[in-house]
Design a binder for this molecule. Structure first.
Ligand code: UD1
Ligand code: PEP
Length: 428
């Protein structure tokens, strides 16, 4: 198991290119199941989750080919002439919950699918009832047996009005893909509005789908008998962008984030500016540094887009741990997304958790400590804390980080960070 060692106190200076979005690329890859034609995705990041999704698609009969790293980033080319299997096995689904996104496309194209129930994860129980309820409203028969979702649509999927009781990114994506090949019109009400939903809708539209309203809370999809191929450029990763904005701020550095899009981060940037971070558009992306002097405490509450993203909450907590004054951080999306708190406290952070809220009292300086990554964003919050801490922090279980951050040590080291990865020696 790899470890990362970071010696803090070095301001980051330089340029970081923002990678393609993991959370946009994963559903786009699943969309390749909807057509016999070639789907080419440009700007796909090199990440463990992308490899897992490629492996799963390969098992289902999709050929996946890599086409070099051009000016449009790395391209992956998918072709699903024939679906070889409709089973998404536990071994892959347990590694990555987004595997459940093959359910809608498989069911729409093949009329049946068996997908392992993803189960909970470190951040919460994460049920899939909204995915399943929506597919049932479209005529699917679903049973849960032996840990699997067993779904049949012997007469094909039919358009329906689906009113979500909760906003769900994954359910909106799964149902939008299923509806693109269903008979008739589907209306998704109380749909997620995240930029990744819009990116998926843009790609499906390029494949010939008829979709209106993506990015709003009501999406209408008129199903087609078949979809064509397309070439699509994946949007930049807004969570990676927000993370590096906070890396510049916590280290008191000055970074240019190439290819970053401010329009996907309006709410987080509003709060970060209030906390004393200067974020300015430049020709190639965004320039980030402290506006003037120390950071100030600011309050956030996580919400579905366009609110403050839960995927940036842990990083914001690390930042606030070094700000002047207090901050109240409230997590409303996942019931167990404070796993980074005890680890940040091991580095000297002053944090008190009351239910879904954490009161952070800023400290001038954090101190290095051995810490353990528990999930993807918790891991990167510890990297941020380590960049500002006195001494050498050792971060264990960095495989979580590799799920979502492309070449993170390389990117940070190129801007001056003292960061090295080492293989953990196996005990003799
Ligand atoms: C691969 C990907 O894109 N992952 C993102 C996606 O996850 P994911 O799509 O899994 O998250 P959802 O938007 O579905 O979850 C939001 C909330 O709805 C609940 N829920 C969801 C589905 C369901 O059937 N029933 C139900 O109750 C969840 O438990 C959670 O409390 O959106 C999350 C919320 O922005 C992000 O943190 C994840 O990084
Ligand atoms: C929670 C995340 O991913 P996933 O939904 O794949 O677990 C994330 O990207 O922060």
């Amino acid at each position: 198991m790899d470890k990362i060692k970071i010696t803090g106190g070095v301001p980051l200076n330089g340029t970081i290119r923002i990678s393609g979005s993991k959370n946009a690329a994963l559903p786009l890859m699943a969309a390749s199941l909807l057509t016999r034609k070639t789907l080419c995705l440009e700007n796909v990041p090199q990440l463990a989750d992308i490899r897992t999704m490629s492996e799963l698609l390969g098992l289902l009969g999709v050929s996946v080919e890599e086409r070099g790293n051009g000016p449009s980033g790395r391209s992956l080319v998918f072709r699903a002439d024939e679906i070889a299997s409709t089973v998404a096995p536990y071994d892959l689904v347990r590694k990555m919950r987004a595997s459940v996104l093959v359910l809608g496309p498989l069911l729409a194209r093949q009329g049946h699918a068996e997908v392992s129930l993803p189960g909970g994860c470190a951040i919460g129980t994460r049920p899939v009832d909204l995915h399943l309820g929506g597919l049932e409203a479209m005529g699917a028969q679903i049973e849960l047996a032996d840990g699997y979702i067993q779904a049949q649509a012997p007469n094909g999927l039919k358009g329906a009005e689906i009113i979500f009781s909760n906003v769900s990114v994954g359910a909106t994506e799964n149902l939008m893909m299923a509806a693109a090949l269903a008979e008739g019109e589907t209306r998704l009400v109380n749909a997620a509005r995240e930029p990744e939903i819009v990116d998926l809708a843009n790609c499906l539209t390029a494949m010939g789908a008829d979709i209106e309203g993506a990015g709003k809370d009501e999406i209408t999809i008129r199903g087609r008998a078949s979809l064509a191929g397309a070439t699509h450029h994946v949007i930049p990763d807004r969570i990676e962008t927000g993370t590096f904005v906070m890396a510049a701020a916590i280290s008191d550095g000055d970074l240019c984030l190439e290819g970053a899009r401010a329009d996907h981060l309006e709410k987080p940037f509003q709060v970060l500016r209030q906390a004393g971070v200067a974020i300015d558009p430049v020709e190639t992306g965004l320039r980030v540094r402290r506006a003037n002097g120390p950071l100030q405490g600011a309050d956030i509450m996580t919400e579905a887009f366009p609110g403050f993203a839960t995927d940036l909450q842990a990083q914001f907590m690390a930042l606030m741990a070094t700000a002047e004054g207090a901050s109240m951080i409230t997590e409303t999306i996942f019931e167990n997304r404070f796993m980074h708190v005890p680890e940040l406290m091991r580095m000297g952070a002053d944090i008190t958790v009351h239910g879904a809220s954490a009161l952070v009292r800023g400290r001038q300086r954090l101190k290095a400590a051995p810490v353990m990554a528990t999930d993807l964003r918790a891991s990167v919050s510890l990297v941020l804390a380590a960049l500002a801490a006195e001494g050498e922090t050792e971060l264990n279980r960095v495989y979580h980080l590799d799920r979502g951050y492309e070449r993170i040590e390389e990117k940070l080291a190129a801007c001056g960070a003292s960061i090295v990865r080492s293989k953990e020696s196996t005990p003799s």
